[in-house]
Write a protein that binds this ligand. Structure first.
Ligand code: PLP
Length: 341
């Protein structure tokens, strides 16, 4: 009963098998191996973007920070939802990698920026000439930090505003597959067709040991991204093992079926706990935030449940519950029973 995060899950056997297959003999380092080239090409196919540049890194923070550093100058503002991972949970890495760009938190509704709130932030930034930061870039997270999802249309509405000001647009897709299966959108519809220039295409939250791909739809600055990655210490020398994970994950659309399983378990969990818990946001993918009566944490912990407690109003308790590809119906049902007891 571990609902702490999707990164507490183990690695699917297909990924371990892919790693074993890659562990055969010698391969050139730093991405100069056939498996890395194959995965780059498969990711281009997934995104229907034959021209895209694809670079692998081991963490989501590296993917986000490198991508933002590429598109935003040091004197720029990166517009993001106020609770975005880049703003709250990356220890200033985006600011550090961009050499000082300012993250501007845009108020969200259930984790989603609206065109109105973004338009307001755009209008009120960069208006004081040389004295203030200039508008730099937009970043959108899908699945959002509230566990909700943006449809491609909702993304396009935001990117249109940013693009009208000449800003490049980034998507933090740490849970990209969960957002895709929740909406039925294709990777292309969720990204470049909706005005996204660069994506952090996440694998770690969806079954991989630790790989994210930075996908740059205009490859003109691919070399710069490579230089930035190396300079930041994120060029893996044994890259074939990062590539192997993504290779096994793309086989037979495993990545989508893992995300479908995680989302289905979240839906089951949300249904089961509904009589005893109040959702704080709509449950749309594999992560939910709920409130319940004080004293519930102790009872659930005693039953062996693990999750992160969340900030709650006086007299109540709250929790973040995340499901993964490896969450079972039995895990969910035991949790629901413990909550109901
Ligand atoms: C939305 C989002 N983006 C990025 C990350 C960063 O991933 P990592 O912990 O691999 O740096 C996370 C991890 O929790 C996340 O939830």
């Amino acid at each position: 009963m571990n609902f702490a995060s999707d990164n507490t899950a183990p690695i699917p056997p297909q990924i371990m098998a892919a790693l074993l297959r890659a562990n055969d003999g010698y391969a050139m380092g730093y991405g100069n191996d056939p498996l890395t080239a194959r995965v780059q090409s498969r990711i281009r196919e997934v995104f229907q973007a034959p021209q895209a540049a694809v670079h692998l890194v081991a963490t989501g923070t590296a993917a986000n920070s490198l991508a933002l550093a590429l598109v935003c100058p040091p004197w720029g503002a990166v517009f993001c939802e106020a609770q975005a991972h880049v703003n709250m949970d990356e220890c200033g890495a985006p600011e550090f990698f961009t050499s000082g760009a300012k993250l501007v938190g845009v108020p969200g509704n259930h984790g989603r920026m609206s065109p109105d709130t973004l338009a307001y932030a755009l209008a009120h930034t960069g208006a004081s000439g040389v004295h203030g930061v200039q508008r730099g870039a937009l970043t959108i997270t899908n699945v959002t930090e509230a566990g909700t999802v943006y449809t491609p249309d909702a993304i396009a509405a935001l990117t249109a505003l940013a693009r009208a000001k000449g800003l490049p647009c980034h998507l933090d897709g740490a849970r990209f597959a969960n957002a895709l299966v929740a909406t039925g959108a294709t990777p292309a519809e969720m990204t470049w067709k909706a005005g996204i220039d660069v994506v952090s295409f996440g694998g770690t939250k969806n079954g991989l040991m630790g790989v994210e791909a930075v996908v740059l739809f205009d490859p003109a600055r691919s070399w710069e991204l490579e230089l930035r990655r190396k300079r930041a210490g994120h060029l893996a020398s044994k890259m074939r093992y990062l590539a192997a994970q993504m290779d096994g994950w793309l086989d037979d659309d495993l990545w989508l079926s893992l995300a479908r399983d995680a989302n289905a378990m979240a839906a089951r969990l949300a249904r089961g706990i509904a009589p005893h818990a109040t959702p704080m946001h709509p449950v749309e993918a594999n992560m939910m935030f709920v409130r319940w009566a004080a004293g519930t944490h102790d009872r659930l912990r005693a039953a062996g449940a693990m999750y992160y407690p969340w900030t709650a109003p006086e007299g109540q308790e709250a929790a973040r519950l995340v499901t993964s590809w490896s969450t079972t119906e039995a895990d969910v049902d035991r949790f629901v029973a413990a909550l109901a007891s």
